[in-house]
Design a protein around this ligand. Structure first.
Ligand code: AMP
Ligand code: MG
Length: 418
């Protein structure tokens, strides 16, 4: 497990910006050192552990980009069209039997290797065949046209994939194009997930009249899995310091991260703080973010703990800004900053300066084709429907104090967050 020092999350100021929090995490969290090899079919979503240098050029050999006729550059007709004798036929997967002779052309198909000495291909649509069966090529084609030189995509030896890359289908495709059967990736980040609260019942269990079903745990586990984590579902811990402390202590040694939800406000019945302090160290990060609540950052036996607020929307938003960068850092992934896309606001909104706010919005296409963000009509940070019925978050930076209809705002799609 990645060991961290007890004071690694210590922070000087009373309030921290989202960027400060993300920056602090990136410098304080150590990446997991364990590497495993996975088959290409299992590689999507994993974090590459080592650079991959191209073991061969791509394409591996010079080939035709079209169906047509190959000639030497010296034979390209200059002033007028010219008839050529046909000599040879090269299909994809085939090889020319001999170099192309001056004044001759070879029939060639897309992806077939160029015959030796041939440098240019005429597209079959631009060519006609005369009565004697000769191939008439037009004048004026650029030397080298319609040919894909070996290595034009990627030269041999080029570092084509970087350590820390979170693999997507196109990265897997590149590894396959190199003929690799597997990739070295960082072991999955192991995360222990607990909900806390006497008011929670697990789905499938009886629910007392004063209880609600635990939804955060399932949301957080799903979010973690999307980030490639191996998740241990540890159920619900009751609001009681000793059992919380025991529960947390037990999993510290076998996980890279402990994630809890609920019980980290400063109320009398918020016991996570006291429980962690009794077995490790804990600081509350007050982030200048809405929706959001203080986030608990702790260390138990060298293992980081993040205590998210219980409110579902606050839990979701703080996950994105604290848990996501932590998981990426643990996985040794290169930072993936969230880049909001400009859309047009179709709402008015006022906010305090000095705090970043996230507005839940749906997108629609306006008459002029631009995308417009429509704000969810209600504000509550406990409304799960506000996450379910919207497409993403509009990010309003610290310096903004108000937004009006027609103004450009930055939009983060839920699909891009994980
Ligand atoms: P807390 O952060 O413990 O003060 O909880 C704040 C609010 O979030 C309370 O209304 C809780 O009932 C609710 N809440 C806490 N944990 C969960 C959970 N796991 N699932 C759904 N709601 C929760
Ligand atoms: Mg609680």
């Amino acid at each position: 497990m990645a060991q961290l020092s007890d004071d690694c999350f210590a922070f000087g100021g009373p309030m921290m910006s989202v960027d400060e929090a993300v920056g602090l995490i990136a410098t304080r969290v150590n990446a997991i050192a364990d590497i495993e090899t996975v088959a290409l079919v299992e590689a999507d979503g994993r974090v590459l552990a080592r650079d991959v240098a191209a073991p061969l050029p791509l394409p591996p050999f010079t080939n035709s980009a079209v169906d047509g006729y190959a000639v030497r550059n010296a034979d390209i007709p200059q002033a007028a069209e010219r008839a050529f004798a046909l000599d040879g036929r090269i299909q994809a997967g085939g090889l020319a039997q001999a170099p192309i002779r001056p004044g001759h052309t070879a029939r060639i198909f897309t992806g077939a290797p160029m015959p030796p000495d041939a440098e240019t291909v005429f597209m079959q649509e631009d060519v006609r065949i005369d009565d004697s069966g000769k191939i008439v090529l037009p004048s004026g084609l650029k030397p080298g046209a319609n040919v894909r030189p070996a290595g034009e995509d990627i030269p041999e030896g080029h570092i084509a994939l970087r350590a820390g890359q979170r693999l997507r289908p196109q990265h897997v495709a590149l590894a396959a194009a190199f003929g690799l059967v597997g990739l070295d990736v960082v072991r999955r980040v192991r995360v222990a997930v607990f909900s806390t609260g006497n008011e929670l019942a697990s789905p499938g269990e009886p629910r007392a009249a004063s209880q609600l079903f635990d939804s955060n745990r399932f949301m957080l586990m799903a979010m973690l899995r999307r980030l490639g984590c191996e998740v241990s579902d540890l159920g619900i811990l009751r609001d009681e310091r000793i059992s919380l402390a025991n529960g947390l202590k037990q999993v510290a040694g076998s996980h890279d991260l402990i994630l809890t939800t609920g019980g980290v406000s400063t109320g009398e019945e918020d016991h996570v703080k006291a429980a962690v302090e009794s077995i490790g160290s804990l600081v509350l990060w007050r982030m200048a973010i809405k929706p959001g609540r203080p986030v608990a950052m702790g260390i138990i036996d060298g293992t980081p703990l993040i205590g998210l607020p219980g409110n579902p929307v606050a839990s979701f938003v703080t996950f994105v800004h604290v848990v996501r960068p932590t998981v990426l850092a643990l996985a040794g992934a290169l930072p993936e900053p969230l880049l909001p896309i400009p859309v047009r606001a179709a709402f008015s909104y006022k906010k305090k300066s000095g705090r970043r706010e996230y507005v839940r919005v749906s997108l629609r296409r306006a008459q002029d084709g631009r995308l417009e963000a429509v704000k969810f009509p209600r504000e509550g940070a406990g409304l799960l429907s506000s996450l379910v019925e919207t497409d993403g978050l509009v990010e309003l930076g610290e310096s903004i104090t108000q937004v009006g209809p027609g103004q450009d705002v930055g939009f983060l799609s839920y699909a891009d967050l994980l």
